[in-house]
Each structure stands twice: as C-alpha cells, then as structure tokens.
Design a protein around this ligand. Structure first.
Ligand code: GUN
Ligand code: ZN
Length: 431
C-alpha cells in the first residue's frame, strides 16, 4: 500500500560535526515522500517523482510547514509524568523527597496504563515518536507501558528499574528477583512488534555490585537488548559513588567492571565526565543522553558536548521528564543551546536537529530504522508549523536562510508547532 506526502522536507544523512554541512542533510523545498507499507520507499523533488506515480494515487499536499523525521527522546521516565515541576531540590534530595514516594504507585498495572496513555499522547503531540523510557522497579509498570505503546504501534524501548539498596524498602528488588523479572519481561516483550527491552539499573548508588553483575550477565545472555542507566549527573552523586565503590576508578568504571558498556548502552547525563571516561564510552560505542532541561532544572551542570564529540561518543537528546520540564524536543533544543552558550560554545540548529533525530537513532543503534528518510526506514514523521504562534510567524517574515529558519523554529518552537505526527505513514495527531 502506497501513501504519498508532498511538501517541504528535510532529514539528516550524517552528523554535521563529522562531515561538511552540505553533506549532512537533504532539503527539498517542494519534496515528495513515497511510503510503502509504512516504510520509506523514496524521497526526492516533487516535480521529478510525481510523473513516476500512477495517476490514481492520492497525494497529501502539506502546503505549509516542514516535514522532518519524528523526534527521538533518548532518556525519559514515564512514571514521573505527574511529578514534573517539583520544587527546590537537586538530584539526591529530589529523588528522596519526590521521586521515590511517587514511583510507589506503579505497582498497580491499571495506574501504569493510565499514566502511560497520557504520557504517550503527550510525546506524540510534541512530535516524539520513539523514546528510551524508564519504568519503575515494578514489572507491572513495564507491562502497562508496553501494552499501551503496542496499541499505538509505536517504536518504544522500556525496562524495569533495578534497585536493591539505598532507597525505600517499598521500592527495592533483589539482585535475583530483578534478574528474574527482567528476564521474563525480555521474553514477553523484546522485539514484539516495534517494542524493545532495556535492562535498567537505576544508577550505581541504588544497585549492589551483585545486582550490577547480574545486569551484565543478563546483557551478555541477551545481546540485542539495551542497557539504560544514569551516569555522572551531579557532584554529590559522584562523591557518593566514590564512597560506595572505593575499588573503582571513577563512576563509569563501576558500570564497566560489571560489563555494562557497549553499542546498545545508553548513559543519561554524563555532565561531569573525565576525558578517560569519555574515551572509554567512545571505544565501547556507548551513548550519552544529553538532557539539558533536566540538567538546568536540577542544577546539575552544563554538558560538555565538545568533549563527547572529541572522543567520538554517540550522543542523543533526552527530555528526562520529570526532572526535565518539557516533553518537547524543540524546547529541549532551546535549553541545550543555552547550556552551550554558558560554556562559550555554539550549538548550531543543524547540530541540534541532528541530535533530536538521526543522532538519537544512532545513539539507540537504530540507524536505518528510524531517524531519517532513507529507503526502508519506518515512516514516523512530523509536520512542523512555522505559523502556529503569532510570534514565530512574525519572526519568520525576517528570515532569509534555511539555517535561520531552523534556528527560529528550535528557539521559539514547542508542542504548538507540531501540526501533525505520523506513525508508519499514518497521521495520528493533528492540530
Ligand atoms: N538518577 C537516579 N535516578 C534518577 C532519576 O529518576 N532522575 C534523574 N534525573 N537522575 C536520576
Ligand atoms: Zn533520568
């Protein structure tokens, strides 16, 4: 079955930090996207491709707006949706005072489903079509999330949190029960439709060495699943890890000793990394989720993107809801731009939109499947609207180049500017 969309079209082919800018993306002012059975068949200039199509094929013409690949959120907590904007604390106190009590409710499958439904509709409204998602310690939280994501035909990655120490009793598993529950969830969900599993130790402080080792064992037994955790987010957290794991050579080494690094390992934050840690992330093909909204909200620090790039570390963008304060990857880019300004660095609109799309796909080892419009990729895409708000519409009148247009879109844009979201070629939200 063919579906065809016409309009302004852009996607990335490579990282603008690694190739000449003009080789990093394709842009068609009047483009055509041909989708076959939910996947990209071809894109190109409308005037070249239209004559090749059978006259009977209906073409959806988006007269204004920009079609781009759906955004990819490489780090987010669905159970924290309703505790977003909790006041006044930095990481460890924020976890203790707000997060842990809140996550308790997710032992209830129905509660999880209710929140997952809302969470996923918010993601789609914001133009995010794939996410790497934390559940809670309860296996029911993951069953609930995947049940709803499956109904919506989404490509989503989620996992049950592992935590067996330094947290309230009501939220603890054990090294063995965490292993057993994760294994059962992998068997039930991993690679079912578009769903994939992530082994999810919360972070080093809440995991015993035995639990981290068991996570490493499970990863070795299931090499196509993901590893998803937090790393070097906050200075007090890092000092605590040093105390808890005196035999390790730094925070990353705690995970490395348990064999948790690799091509499908994603570490959230990495705000305070040493060069040797970045080098190790790069050589193991591990990825970092850059979460600027969260890093600013919790006062964690300013991510050093240049350091990650220097050591060839894969980087994606993350909202980190509920420490982040927005579902929108456009707003997340806005925050990211400001973090880099505070570091005296420039984050170009090409670089940031790459991070939000193809960069996320590379970080998740899903290049060719999502993140751009190469032949065979799943046709998850958004239509961005330059005129959704009067301010952006006015500002756009003074805009001369594509670069400027993309910059304005990412500085002033949010959910309101996502006019439609499409999953496997089908429109699922429209404003
Ligand atoms: N580190 C351990 N748990 C969490 C969490 O839930 N959010 C953030 N931002 N950092 C964490
Ligand atoms: Zn997080």
């Amino acid at each position: 079955m063919l579906k065809v969309y016409r309009g302004e079209l852009m996607h990335f082919l490579a990282d603008p930090a690694k190739v000449a800018l003009q080789d990093s993306y394709q842009y068609f002012e009047d483009g055509l996207m041909i989708i076959k059975d939910g996947c990209i068949e071809q894109i190109g200039e409308a005037n070249e491709l239209l004559p090749t199509l059978d006259k009977s094929i209906e073409v959806t013409h988006y007269q204004s707006g920009l079609m781009m690949p759906g955004f990819i959120d490489t780090h987010v907590h669905y159970p924290q949706t309703e505790m977003i904007a909790s006041y006044g604390e930095q990481l460890l106190e924020w976890l203790e005072n707000y997060t842990f009590p809140f996550e308790r409710q997710f032992s209830d499958f129905e509660h999880g489903k209710n929140v997952a439904e809302f969470f996923l509709s918010q993601l789609l409204e914001a133009g995010t079509t794939t996410a790497l998602v934390f559940g809670t310690v309860h296996k029911e939280s993951v069953d609930a999330f995947f049940t709803v994501a499956q109904q919506k035909k989404l490509r989503m990655i989620c996992g049950k949190v592992l935590m067996d120490q330094n947290c309230p009793d009501y939220l603890t598993d054990t090294a063995q029960s965490g292993y057993d529950d994760s294994k059962a969830l992998i068997e039930r969900w991993h690679n079912t439709d578009r769903l994939q599993y992530a082994i999810t130790p919360r972070f080093a402080p809440t995991c015993s060495t035995e639990q981290l080792n068991k996570a490493g064992q499970l990863l070795a037994e299931n090499p196509s699943v993901y590893l998803h955790t937090h790393l070097s987010e906050n200075k007090a957290e890092i000092a605590w890890v040093k105390e808890l794991f005196p035999d390790s050579d730094g925070y990353l080494d705690v995970y490395d000793k348990s064999k948790l690094l690799g091509r499908r390992s994603v570490f959230a934050h990495g705000v305070h990394l040493h060069d040797h840690e970045c080098q190790r992330l790069g050589e193991t093909n591990s990825a970092i989720a850059f979460c600027p909204s969260s890093n600013l909200f919790l006062g964690s620090g300013l991510f050093n993107l240049q350091q990650a790039q220097k050591f060839d570390v894969n980087v994606g963008l993350g909202s980190d809801i509920g420490a982040g304060t927005t579902f929108s990857m456009l707003s997340t880019i806005n925050e990211g731009y400001k973090t880099q300004q505070l570091r005296q660095e420039k984050l170009s609109p090409f670089q940031s939109l790459y991070l939000a799309t193809l960069g996320g796909a590379v970080a998740l080892d899903l290049e060719g499947t999502i993140g751009n419009f190469v032949k065979g990729a799943e046709a998850d895409f958004v239509l961005l609207d330059y005129h959704a708000t009067p301010l952006m519409a006015r500002r756009m009148q003074h805009c001369k180049t594509l670069s400027e247009k993309l910059f304005i879109l990412s500085m002033l844009g949010d959910e309101r500017h996502v006019k439609a979201t499409h999953i496997m070629g089908e429109k699922v939200t429209e404003k």
